[in-house]
Design a protein around this ligand. Structure first.
Ligand code: F6P
Length: 544
């Protein structure tokens, strides 16, 4: 994608949206619904069993038309094709961005640097399946001849958040006689608590790191190795208890892991887009290779939808454009992700990396300062818990917080009226946010005059509702791909590289330097730091 696009503020659709936003802002969703009795069914779209109701957004036909024009003027369609055909759209790292190849069927071919990458993807999947089956069946034995009972994934960022989210999301489908644990933090407590009361001879460590250099992961991996050897296991038996999920064969073997137990992937898979690569081995062991493949089929179905569906009916594109709409024309700073599904409790945390590491950038592809706000802050908690903590602010605070509600028609754990109650809350919250309660309505309830303003709900607060039948592996794949492409759409509009992450580097470099100073045997000068940092280091050194 070498073609240049004009800065945002110079794109005709951007200018038109700016003028349009000014006329739309005073309008209330109550009036928009009153004016169009079909609105609640018209502003909906469906793909592969995911139904999106976006009618409770502060939009009209004109808004949609202009947002789609903006997508066209930003080259969204061309960027989609560029991604799917392996062009090096991660320009700052000169890499293709091909997580879509991880779920491409065997029959497809995607060429990168003159090579079809799809066969290698399927070879790895086959190797992962054989390994996962051996762990699941008990055929794989630890060094004392006992079967593996505990699987511990050691990784951080994309090498942790995807696996832990997917394990929690698909626990219903997991093999329950296996225990899955996830260690990410360099805080020793994370590792210590994970292995508390575990037997080393029944434990398998998956060292998940794309680069195999990440400080936290390598520190935890070495502690795992020490813990294993401290149990009396000989070094020669490490191969039975350690596997690596990485792109870096050299460092894996230097660590002492048999490369026969290494599951590889490629530089065109970004960390936060890697949960369906070898990084997903813990997921595959938990739910089995067949379920893992149906998750991949779900991802692929959404990929095809994103690539082929006109923007007016394209779920990821619509959601991405709506996020740009609120971020740039309504000053919304955040997006709340509110899954009404307990199994999706880690989904907001997973999305935080996906969205914010992707679009938390202020420099455009051609090195300029972007002339609009980018990447909103994503956050959230499962419903109904959030209703009893932070929803107050969403309903009556001074900030506009677009919400994504996610719900399912069927529960995986049918229990009396629980599920109907849960879903009643989804619909009630979205309705309350949009329509609120007027002063007249409050007064009509006989509320004392002084309390009326406190009990008014302004409404006009936007939300999407995503509704699907049931949380299956396939559906999870679709849902994740929906957000991946939603993020991609936003990044294309802002003309930023959604696939690098230079912003994490400075802190890493400084931490390495400071670690040396903290551990120095004699008081370091610390003159290269500001007085605050130097003082904190000194205080820590004298109190630790
Ligand atoms: O520091 C950020 C980051 O590079 C993420 O992008 C990545 O998911 C994470 O660290 C872990 O990296 P790795 O898989 O190479 O250990």
């Amino acid at each position: 994608m070498s073609e240049k696009v004009a800065p945002l503020s110079q794109r005709p659709a951007w200018k038109a949206l700016t003028a349009h936003a000014a006329t739309l802002k005073p309008q209330h969703l109550r009036d928009l619904f009153k004016a169009d009795p079909a609105r609640g069914t018209r502003y909906t779209a469906e793909a592969d069993g995911i139904f999106l109701d976006y009618s409770k957004n502060r939009i009209t036909d004109e808004t949609l038309k202009l947002l789609i024009e903006l997508a066209e003027q930003s080259g969204l369609k061309q960027h989609i094709e560029a991604m799917f055909t392996g062009q090096k759209i991660n320009v700052t790292e000169n890499r293709s961005v091909l997580h879509v190849a991880l779920r491409a069927p065997k029959s497809e071919s995607i060429i990168v640097d003159d090579e079809d990458v799809v066969p290698a993807v399927h070879d790895t999947l086959d190797k992962m399946s054989a390994f996962a089956n051996k762990i699941r069946s008990g055929e794989w034995k630890g060094h004392t001849g006992k079967r593996i009972k505990n699987v511990i994934n050691i990784g951080i960022g994309g090498s942790d958040l995807g696996p832990v989210m997917a394990y929690e999301a698909l626990k219903h489908y997991s093999q329950r006689d296996l225990t899955f644990l996830f260690v990410s933090n360099v805080d020793g407590t994370d590792f210590a608590e994970a292995v508390h009361n575990l037997n080393a001879d029944e434990t398998l460590f998956l060292i998940a790191s794309k680069t195999f250099t990440t400080l936290e992961t390598m520190t935890n991996a070495h502690s795992a190795r020490d813990w294993f050897l401290a149990s009396g296991a000989p070094e020669s038996e490490i191969a039975k208890h350690f596997a690596a999920l990485s792109t870096n064969e050299k460092l894996v073997s230097e660590f002492g892991i048999d490369t026969a137990n290494m599951f590889g992937f490629w530089d065109w898979v970004g960390g936060r887009y890697s949960m369906d690569s070898a990084i997903g081995l813990s997921t595959m062991i938990a739910i089995g290779p067949d379920n893992f493949r149906s998750m991949l089929a779900g991802f692929h179905a959404m990929d095809v939808h994103f690539r082929t569906t006109p923007l007016e009916k394209n779920l990821p594109a619509l959601m991405g454009l709506l996020t740009v709409w609120y971020t740039d024309f309504f000053d919304a700073q955040t997006v709340a992700i509110l899954p009404y599904e307990q199994y999706l409790k880690r989904f907001p945390a997973y999305l935080q990396q996906l969205t914010m590491e992707s679009n938390g950038k202020h420099v455009t592809l051609d090195g300029q300062h972007v002339d609009a706000d980018t990447g909103p802050i994503y956050w959230g908690e499962p419903g109904t818990n959030g209703q009893h903590s932070f929803y107050q602010l969403i309903h009556q605070g001074t900030r506009l917080i677009p919400c994504d509600f996610i719900g399912f028609s069927k529960s995986l754990n049918v229990l009396g009226r629980h599920h109907d109650m849960l879903m009643a809350n989804v619909f009630a919250q979205a309705e309350a946010l949009a329509f609120g309660k007027t002063a007249e309505e409050v007064k009509a309830e006989g509320v004392a005059e002084a309390l009326v303003p406190h009990k008014v709900f302004e409404g006009n607060r936007p939300s999407n509702v995503l509704l699907a039948e049931e949380l299956t592996p396939e559906l999870l794949g679709k849902l994740i791909a929906l957000y991946e492409h939603n993020v991609f759409t936003q990044g294309v509009i802002w003309s930023i590289d959604s696939f690098d992450q230079w912003g994490v580097e400075l802190g890493k470099v400084l931490a390495t330097k400071i670690l040396g100073e903290i551990e120095a045997p004699t008081e370091p000068a610390l003159t290269n730091h500001d007085t605050s940092t130097a003082n904190l280091i000194r205080r820590y050194r004298s109190t630790k």
